[in-house]
Design a protein. Structure first.
Length: 313
C-alpha cells in the first residue's frame, strides 16, 4: 500500500473546506460573500479534481484483463455510486414533501441522467468521479503517444462551453484535463519532489495578484482560466508551509481523511443550521451571515467526521 503524502492531504483538506464555504450561497448572504463565492468557484473544483486524479493514479495497482476491469469498476461503484444514490434519494424525498409523486420520480431520474438538475445537485462531483474511475484504466494502460493524445484532447476540450448538463457532459469536458493532470503528476512525483520550492512561491504570488484583481474588478475570462491552473502549484506551496504548523496540519489531514463523507453530508448540516436559525426567530440576514457561515462550516466539517470515525469503530 502506498503511504499517504501529507502535502496532498493538506491540499485536499483545503479544497474540501473551500467546497463547504462555496455551498453557502443563499439569498440572505451579503455582497462580500457573493464575491468570495465567485472567486472560490474559479479554481476550487479544478484543484479538487486534480487531487482526485493524483490519488487515483497514485493508488492504482493495475488492470490487465476485462475481469479485473469489471472488479475495479464494481469496487468503485459500491464506494461512490451507492452512497450517491442513497443520499440523492433522501434529498429528493425532502424536496418533494408536499408535492406529487411525479416530482419525486423526476428528481430521482435526474440523479442518473443529469445530476445538476436534481435536488442533490451538489453531488455532481461524485457522479463525475464514477465516470473518471471507469475511464482511468483505459488511460493508464495506454502507452506512448496514445497517452498524450488523451491529454491533448482533454486540454483542447477544457475551454469549450458545452450547452448541456445531460450526463454532466459540460463538466466532463471542462474538468477531465485536471483529472489527467493529477495522474501525470502522480506518475512523476519523485521528480517533482526534487524541484526547487521557489517555482511554487512564484505561483502563489501570481495566484494572490490575480485573485485580488478578480475580487476588486470582477469577472475576467482570461484570469479565471489562468487562476485554475496557477492555483494548483500555489496551494502546494501553501501545503508545504502548513505542514510545518502541527495543529493546522493535523486538522486539514483529518478533513482529507474524511473527505468523502463530508462531501456527502455537509449540505444537510448547512441547510439544517439555516432551518434552526429560522425556527429560533433570529432570522437569516446579511447581519447574521458571518456567524451563520462560521457555525455551519464548522459543523458541516466536524459532524460528518465524527460520524465516520464512530462508524469505523
Amino acid at each position: 500500500m502506498q503511504h499517504r503524502i501529507t502535502a496532498i492531504d493538506i491540499m485536499q483538506g483545503i479544497a474540501m473546506l473551500l467546497v463547504v464555504l462555496g455551498h453557502h450561497l443563499f439569498p440572505f448572504m451579503p455582497e462580500w460573500y457573493r464575491r468570495m463565492y465567485y472567486w472560490i468557484y474559479t479554481f476550487h473544483m479544478p484543484l479538487f479534481i486534480f487531487i482526485s486524479g493524483f490519488l487515483v493514479r497514485y493508488s492504482y495497482k493495475g488492470v490487465h484483463s476485462m475481469a479485473e476491469y469489471r472488479s475495479y469498476v464494481g469496487r468503485r461503484f459500491r464506494k461512490f455510486a451507492i452512497p450517491y444514490i442513497i443520499v440523492g434519494v433522501v434529498c429528493a424525498l425532502l424536496a418533494s414533501s408536499g408535492k406529487d409523486v411525479g416530482w419525486f420520480v423526476q428528481s430521482c431520474a435526474m440523479l442518473l441522467v443529469a445530476p445538476r438538475y436534481s435536488d442533490a445537485r451538489y453531488l455532481w462531483y461524485i457522479y463525475m468521479m464514477v465516470v473518471f474511475y471507469c475511464l482511468a484504466p483505459l488511460v493508464f494502460n495506454t502507452r506512448g503517444k496514445g497517452r498524450w493524445a488523451w491529454y491533448a484532447v482533454a486540454l483542447l476540450m477544457s475551454p469549450l462551453a458545452i450547452p448541456t448538463k445531460i450526463l454532466s457532459a459540460d463538466y466532463f469536458v471542462r474538468f477531465f484535463v485536471f483529472f489527467l493532470s493529477g495522474a501525470v503528476v502522480a506518475e512523476n512525483y519523485a521528480l517533482i519532489k526534487r524541484m526547487d520550492v521557489r517555482w511554487s512561491i512564484v505561483a502563489l504570488v501570481l495566484f494572490v495578484v490575480m485573485s485580488v484583481w478578480l475580487l476588486v474588478y470582477g469577472p475576467n475570462a482570461l484570469l479565471e482560466y489562468m487562476l485554475q491552473w496557477v492555483g494548483i502549484p500555489a496551494f502546494l506551496c501553501v501545503a508545504w508551509v502548513i505542514g510545518k504548523i502541527p495543529l493546522m496540519c493535523d486538522g486539514l489531514v483529518g478533513i482529507s481523511k474524511n473527505c468523502f463523507v463530508i462531501y456527502l453530508l455537509h449540505m444537510f448540516v448547512i441547510q439544517g443550521v439555516a432551518a434552526l436559525l429560522r425556527l429560533s426567530g433570529m432570522g437569516l440576514t446579511a447581519y447574521t451571515a458571518i456567524p451563520y457561515l462560521l457555525l455551519s462550516t464548522a459543523l458541516a466539517i466536524s459532524i460528518p467526521m465524527m460520524m465516520n470515525i464512530k462508524r469505523k469503530r
